[in-house]
Design a protein around this ligand. Structure first.
Ligand code: AMP
Ligand code: TRP
Length: 331
C-alpha cells in the first residue's frame, strides 16, 4: 500500500461536466484508482475565482461528486473530497504565495485569457489560482497529475515552486509529473472538430453534457459536422469523423482501426447513429446513479466526510512539515 505512487486531480464545479470531461478525465481515473494511491477532488475554491451563484455552486459541487461516484470512482479505493473541506489547501496556498513571483503568474495563459474577460475588476484569486493548484498537488506528494493540455503550464509552475521550496530548505516535496492518458485524450467540438469540446462554447450543439437526455445526445450527434469525403477513415483531413471514431474508441475500448474496418462501405449516418447509441448506453446508468445520489444526499454526505477526513490527515502532515521548515512555531 505505502509505496504505491500517488495521483491527484480535480475538476471545478463551475457548470456541468461534458463528455470531454468524462472520456478525457473521469473514465481514465476509474482505471487508475486500482493501481495508484489516488485523490480526486471537487475544486470548489478554484471555481470561486469567477463569481458563482451560491445555490448553483452548492448544487454543482454535489453534482460533480455524484458524477465521480456514479462513473465508478470507489470511495473504498480512492479519496473523494471537496477542496474547501480541507483547510490545509488554503493555508498552504498562503505559504506558497510567499515563494511565488508576480512575473511567473503574469505569464500564465489562462490568467491572461480570464483576466481579459474580467474587464476592469480582476479578482486577485484569478491571479493566484495556480498557487492554490500547486498547494493541492504538493500537499499530497503527488507523483502524477492527470490534466488536460491547457493545465500543463500550471503543472510546470507547481514543479518550479516545489523545487524552489526544496532548494530553499531541504527536500520537502516530490516533483509532480503531468499524466496524459493514452485513450480519450481529447474530445473535440461536434460543430467545429478542430476545437476542444468545451461547455463554455456558445453553440450548445457543440458539446454533450454527461447529464444530457438520450434524445439530446442523439440530436447533437446526428448534427455533428463531418465532411464531403463520404468514406469512413481515421485521419486529420476528416476531423469530424475522426472525433466520432475517437468517442467510440474511448467508450468501447476498440482501436480506431478496428472501428474503421467495421464501417467499411457504410455511410456517415450509420456511424453517427451507432456512436449516439454507444454514448447513450454509456451515460444512461451513470445518469441513473447520479439521480439516486442526488435525491437522497445522505450517501454523498457520508462519502465527502470520509474523504475530507482521509485528505485532512495527509494534507495537514505536509502542512506542518512546511510550517516547520519555514520557521513557524509548532502548536
Ligand atoms: P475543464 O472542465 O476544462 O476544467 O477540464 C477538467 C478536465 O477534464 C481537464 O483537465 C481535462 O483532463 C478534461 N477535459 C475537459 N475537456 C476535455 C475534452 N474536450 N477532451 C478531453 N478531456 C477534456
Ligand atoms: N485547474 C484545473 C482545471 O481547471 C483543476 C484543478 C485544480 C486541478 N487543482 C488541481 C487539476 C490539481 C489537477 C490537480 O482543470
Amino acid at each position: 500500500m505505502e509505496d504505491r505512487k500517488v495521483i491527484f486531480s480535480g475538476i471545478q464545479p463551475s457548470g456541468g461536466l461534458t463528455l470531454g470531461n468524462y472520456l478525457g478525465a473521469i473514465k481514465n481515473w476509474v482505471k487508475l484508482q486500482d493501481e495508484y494511491d489516488s485523490y480526486f477532488c471537487v475544486v470548489d475554491l478554484h471555481a470561486i475565482t469567477v463569481r458563482q451563484e451560491p445555490k448553483n455552486l452548492r448544487e454543482k459541487t454535489l453534482e460533480v461528486l455524484a458524477i465521480y461516484m456514479a462513473s465508478g470512482l470507489d470511495p473504498d479505493k480512492t479519496t473523494l473530497f471537496i477542496q474547501s473541506h480541507v483547510p490545509a489547501h488554503s493555508e498552504a496556498q498562503w505559504l506558497l504565495n510567499c515563494y511565488t513571483y508576480m512575473g511567473e503568474l503574469s505569464r500564465m495563459t489562462q490568467f491572461k485569457d480570464k483576466s481579459q474577460k474580467a474587464g476592469e475588476s480582476i479578482p486577485v484569486g484569478l491571479f493566484t489560482y495556480p498557487v492554490l493548484m500547486a498547494a493541492d498537488i504538493l500537499l499530497y506528494n503527488a507523483d502524477l497529475v492527470p490534466v488536460g493540455k491547457d493545465q500543463m503550464q500550471h503543472l510546470e509552475f507547481s514543479r518550479d515552486l516545489a523545487e524552489r521550496f526544496n532548494n530553499s530548505y531541504s527536500p520537502t516535496f516530490k516533483i509532480p509529473e503531468g499524466y496524459i492518458p493514452k485513450e480519450g485524450a481529447k474530445i473535440m467540438s461536434l460543430q467545429e472538430p478542430l476545437k476542444k469540446m468545451s461547455k463554455s462554447d456558445e453553440n450548445k450543439n457543440s458539446f454533450i453534457m454527461i447529464l444530457d437526455t438520450p434524445d439530446d445526445i442523439r440530436k447533437k450527434i446526428s448534427r455533428a459536422v463531418t465532411d464531403t469525403v463520404g468514406v469512413i477513415a481515421y485521419n486529420d483531413e476528416q476531423p469530424g469523423i475522426k472525433n466520432l471514431i475517437n468517442i467510440a474508441s474511448a467508450i468501447s475500448g476498440d482501436s480506431p482501426e478496428t472501428i474503421v474496418a467495421r464501417y467499411s462501405g457504410c455511410g456517415y449516418a450509420q456511424l453517427k447513429s451507432d456512436v449516439a447509441e454507444l454514448v447513450v448506453a454509456e451515460l444512461a446508468p451513470i445518469q441513473e446513479k447520479v439521480r439516486q445520489l442526488l435525491s437522497d444526499k445522505s450517501e454523498l454526505e457520508r462519502i465527502y466526510k470520509l474523504g475530507a477526513e482521509k485528505a485532512n490527515y495527509t494534507a495537514s502532515k505536509m502542512l506542518r512539515k512546511m510550517q516547520k521548515k519555514i520557521g513557524l512555531i509548532p502548536r
